[in-house]
Design a protein around this ligand. Structure first.
Ligand code: ADP
Ligand code: 5GP
Length: 190
C-alpha cells in the first residue's frame, strides 16, 4: 500500500464531444496518470486494438463478468454494453496511481455513488451543430447509429449538472489544459 491512495477522475461527454481527443492530449503530458481500459460488446473500429482501446468481448462474456461482480460500473449505451474492469482500478487506488475513467453518464453516476470523492468532468461541445459535424467528420458510425448517438446526446447533456466541472471543447488542447489544471489543483484537496 502506498502512503497516498490513487484518485479517480471521471470524464464524460456525448459521443463526438471530444473525450478521446482531449484525453489523448492529457495522457501525452501527464505520464503518471493511468487510463482505465473498458470492456465493450461493440465491434472494434478501424485502428482500435483489443487490450489497448477496449477489451472487445461478446455479450455472453460481458453478462458473465457483470454477474460475477468484475465491473466497477457498467451500462448499456444505445444497444451495446460498456464496463470498467474493477480490479485494475482497485490496484491503482491501492498503489497510489491516479486514474482516468472515460465513461458515459449512467456509469459515471455509479462511480460517483461508490466514490463521492472522485473528481468528475463533463466535456461539452460548443453547440449541437458542431457536435454533429464532428461526429459525422469522424466517419465511424452508420447513419442510423449516428442519429441514435445524437438523440442520446441531448439527454446526456442534461446530466452535466451532476459533475464537478464542465469544460467546453472549443479547442481540444485548450480543453485538455483546463482539465489538467483541475487535476493538478485537486491534488491538495483529496
Ligand atoms: P469522443 O471520444 O467524445 O466520441 P472524439 O475525440 O472522437 O470524441 O472527437 C470526435 C471528432 O471530433 C473526432 O474526429 C475529432 O478529431 C474531432 N474533434 C475533437 N475535438 C475537436 C476540436 N476541439 N476541434 C475540432 N475537431 C475536434
Ligand atoms: P464509443 O462506442 O464511442 O467508444 O463509446 C460510447 C460511449 O460509451 C462513450 O460515451 C464512452 O465514454 C462510453 N464508455 C466507454 N467505456 C465505458 C465504460 O467502461 N463504462 C461506461 N459506462 N461507459 C463507457
Amino acid at each position: 500500500m502506498s502512503d497516498k491512495k490513487g484518485r479517480l477522475f471521471i470524464i464524460s461527454s456525448p459521443s463526438g464531444g471530444g473525450k478521446g481527443t482531449v484525453i489523448g492530449h492529457i495522457m501525452d503530458t501527464e505520464p503518471e496518470l493511468s487510463l482505465s481500459i473498458s470492456a465493450t460488446t461493440r465491434k472494434p473500429r478501424e485502428g482500435e486494438e483489443h487490450g489497448v482501446s477496449y477489451y472487445f468481448i461478446t455479450k455472453e462474456q460481458f453478462e458473465e463478468l457483470a454477474e460475477s461482480g468484475a465491473f466497477l460500473e457498467h451500462a448499456k449505451y444505445i444497444d451495446e454494453y460498456y464496463g470498467t474492469p474493477k480490479s485494475p482500478i482497485d490496484d491503482c487506488i491501492y498503489y497510489g496511481r491516479d486514474v482516468l475513467l472515460e465513461i458515459e453518464v449512467q456509469g459515471a453516476r455509479q462511480v460517483m455513488e461508490q466514490y463521492p470523492e472522485a473528481i468528475s468532468v463533463f466535456i461539452v461541445p460548443p453547440d449541437m451543430q458542431t457536435l454533429e459535424n464532428r461526429l459525422r467528420g469522424r466517419r465511424t458510425e452508420s447513419e442510423d447509429k449516428l442519429k441514435a448517438r445524437l438523440d442520446t446526446a441531448r439527454t446526456e447533456l442534461e446530466e452535466k449538472i451532476h459533475y464537478n466541472h464542465v469544460v467546453v471543447n472549443d479547442d481540444a488542447k485548450r480543453a485538455a489544459e483546463e482539465i489538467m489544471e483541475i487535476i493538478n489543483k485537486s491534488k491538495g484537496e483529496i
